[in-house]
Design a protein around this ligand. Structure first.
Ligand SMILES: CCCCCCC/C=C/C(=O)SCCNC(=O)CCNC(=O)[C@H](O)C(C)(C)COP(=O)(O)OP(=O)(O)OC[C@H]1O[C@@H](n2cnc3c(N)ncnc32)[C@H](O)[C@@H]1OP(=O)(O)O
Ligand code: FAD
Length: 631
């Protein structure tokens, strides 16, 4: 059947709510979401098997992105689709994949790693998987309350299987964390299997349809062949065959961190679309007293809040793709047995995931504030986008924890530089910094990129020197590291920013040669705006670590303001170009037709509090008090 999938999905009536989901109870929201999730899953399966064919080259992406509109919150099958299948595909042996990755499988799975007691420090995970060679089984066990799994999406009510991260024990020896496939509910009745305690963790700031759950095992047995065995094996006699790299088990986290960058770009484009369109419709105060009220988008301070959001969405789209391609290359190398590029990929993914999620949530919040009071309405959809985006600062590796991973990588190269040992080309600037080979400041994108590299070098040096000083004062390495951790995270943050600036600028310049002259001009303006914005934000660091002067900063400020004016006429066109349908934006403020006030009134009329002209609480509670002496 040849179908244009977007229209197909848009026409499935059950996927679209008459009553906004905010008016539903926690339970009703889940039930509504799960109904929709299985309609979407069916469409995805039909796409997979070719029963529905793609007539639009962008369709696979759109099926996923349109889910934001269908669920407004989160698809309870997000982890089933996004992490369960991908982890099996990446970490299970060929035979396991053939058995488990069937399109008509009965398994609805999730990725179960975090525990009540441990999320960031995963070596501290307490769930055990003990090999019993007499029965050829692993025994999964939750030894205490803190070992209960806590958080996995879809675990509460939906999943009947999961990939569980547990400490592997063979003959009393702990071999560390490994991943096991465990069935947790009966496929037919959906009742928890004996030895399984499973449930949902309750309402959260966002992710309220994600069905996050808890799970405990009471000596639950699974076949030995349920350990994911692509990179590591346990043989029938209990022999342990080590992986080629001891962090390959962490591969799903690495992949998700990479994919999140593009997802966050998309969330930013939604927030920018809403806030820019609203700012073009909204008029408040004249600029000159004798003039009519102006579109709020004409206020330069409003442009300052919004254009960086448009630019940042492009940055994370470009850098997300760049990281995706790096991940593909490194994974292909790993298949060939070459692990050499893995540490770099991990270091990049950590800091870029941390900064992209932090930037995205700060900018979404900025867009919400830029819409004034109306941005606070759920019907603007900005609160939901914020709640979704800010969760990404924590999940898949908490912000600070990930920056500290990247800091390990930076410190290694600084040590090489300090000891005058050879450095890879991409860290040659560390040596320049040590030799004080400072470039003369240039007020240009290239100059700013060099300036950011000087900040990375300067901050890494400061952190490294503090670390060494702590060591000289007799501290043990881990303690010295903890004492330097504020400076270490600062160095990582600067490193991420320098990467973002460099990759975005270079890719934009390259892209500009392939598109029309007029488009190239706008793309370069956005890229330049991004670099100028961050140079001005970090001007204190530039003064500390580069050769920039006060005059240079003033010139940067003027150019930045010039760019705001240049971008203003294209602002609405730029967000229209994100091409996000009204059904996905779900925003009274951001719809394409600009009927903001009409839509707000239409949404308000859906409030159950408007169902009765006089609410019954008046008779029960208000009237007895207000009319007490008058009756
Ligand atoms: C679009 C999808 C939407 C998704 C929806 C949301 C779903 C959310 C799901 C989740 O949140 S799942 C749970 C995610 N949990 C985490 O991310 C936990 C974060 N913690 C960690 O990753 C680790 O604990 C740690 C912080 C990396 C430390 O691990 P560990 O204690 O084992 O490390 P060390 O022994 O200290 O060794 C560090 C050493 O290892 C290297 N390394 C660490 N991770 C990786 C990796 N993934 N790949 C490659 N290498 C890795 C690291 O570079 C260090 O190397 P050296 O410096 O020692 O050379
Ligand atoms: C919406 C959502 C969905 C999730 N989905 C899943 C899922 O599907 N599957 C799953 O397994 N998990 C999931 N998680 C769990 C998530 O991965 C963890 O919450 C996350 O890894 C952070 O761990 P934590 O909660 O233990 O935070 P903690 O590590 O306790 O962090 C608390 C504070 O301690 C600091 N801190 C901790 N360690 C260090 C350190 N070494 N150095 C410096 N500071 C430190 C942190 O910076 C932070 O400020 C989800 C979480 C959320 C919010």
């Amino acid at each position: 059947m040849m179908i244009h999938t977007n229209n197909y999905i848009l026409n499935i009536k059950e996927l679209w709510d008459d009553v906004p989901e905010e008016y539903l109870s926690h339970k009703e929201r889940y039930e509504n979401a799960i109904k929709k999730a299985f309609i979407v899953l069916k469409v995805l399966r039909q796409l997979h098997t070719g029963n529905i064919q793609i007539t639009d080259h962008r369709t696979p992406t759109n099926v996923y992105s349109i889910q934001d509109g269908i669920f407004r919150n989160v698809n309870p099958l997000l982890i089933h689709i996004g992490l369960f299948w991908s982890t099996i595909a990446a970490q299970a042996s060929t035979e396991q994949q053939a058995e488990w990755l069937q399109p008509d499988s009965s398994m609805i799975g999730t990725y179960v790693q975090t525990e009540l007691g441990h999320g960031s420090f995963i070596r501290g995970i307490e769930t055990t998987a003990t090999y019993d060679s007499t029965t050829d089984e692993f025994i999964l066990h939750t030894p205490r309350l803190s070992a209960y799994k806590w958080w996995p999406g879809g675990l509460g009510n939906t999943a009947n299987a999961c990939l569980v991260m547990a400490q592997l024990y063979i003959n009393g020896t702990c071999h560390g964390l490994h991943i096991f496939l465990a069935q947790i509910r009966d496929f037919d009745t959906h009742k928890p299997l004996p030895g399984i305690k499973v449930g949902e963790i309750g309402p959260k700031m966002g992710f309220n349809t994600a069905d996050n759950g808890f799970l405990g095992f009471d000596n639950h047995r699974i076949p030995r062949t349920n350990m994911l065995m692509k990179n590591v094996q346990v043989l029938r006699d209990g022999t342990y065959v080590k992986p080629k790299h001891d962090k390959l088990t962490y591969g799903s986290m690495l992949l998700t961190r990479v994919t999140l960058i593009s997802d966050l770009a998309y969330q930013l484009s939604k927030a920018a679309t809403i806030a820019v369109r609203y700012s073009a419709v909204r008029r408040q105060s004249p600029i000159k007293s004798n003039e009519p009220e102006r579109q709020i988008l004409d206020f330069v301070s409003q442009q300052h809040k919004l254009f960086i959001t448009i630019a940042s969405s492009h940055v994370y789209r470009v850098v997300g793709l760049w990281m995706w391609n790096s991940h593909k290359r490194v994974t292909a190398d790993i298949h060939e047995g070459n692990m050499g590029q893995l540490p770099e990929l991990h270091a990049l993914a950590c800091c870029l995931k941390a900064i992209s999620s932090r930037d995205a949530s700060a900018l979404v919040e900025q867009c919400r504030l830029a819409c004034g009071g109306h941005g606070y309405m759920m019907a603007s959809n900005l609160p939901q986008i914020y709640a979704y985006t800010t969760a990404a600062v924590t999940y898949e590796g908490e912000y600070t924890v990930l920056l500290l991973q990247t800091a390990r990588y930076l410190v290694k190269f600084w040590r090489l530089a300090a000891e005058h040992k050879p450095l890879p080309q991409n860290f040659a600037y560390f040596e320049d910094y040590i030799k004080k080979n400072f470039e003369q400041w240039r007020n240009s994108p290239e100059g700013i990129i060099e300036g950011f590299k000087a900040i990375v070098a300067g901050k890494t040096k400061a952190a490294y020197d503090t670390l060494q000083c702590n060591l000289r004062n007799g501290r043990e390495f881990e303690e010295a590291w903890n004492m330097a951790s504020v400076q270490l995270t600062n160095a990582s943050e600067a490193y991420a920013r320098s990467l973002l600036c460099e990759v975005f600028w270079k890719e934009t310049v390259q892209l500009s040669t392939k598109v029309s002259k007029s488009l190239a001009i706008v793309l370069e303006q956005l890229a330049e705006l991004y670099l100028m914005y961050w140079a001005l934000e970090k001007h204190g660091d530039l003064l500390l670590y580069s050769t920039i002067s006060r005059n240079d900063i003033e010139a940067l400020q003027s150019r930045y303001e010039e760019l705001l004016a240049l971008i203003r006429p294209n602002a609405v066109g730029l967000v229209d170009a994100f091409d996000i349908r009204d059904e996905v934006l779900c925003s009274t403020l951001g719809a394409y037709d600009g009927r903001v006030y009409e839509r707000m009134m239409e949404e308000a009329s859906k409030s159950p509090l408007n169902e009765d002209v006089v609410n019954e609480s008046f008779h029960k509670y208000i009237r007895p008090v207000t009319m007490k002496n008058k009756l």
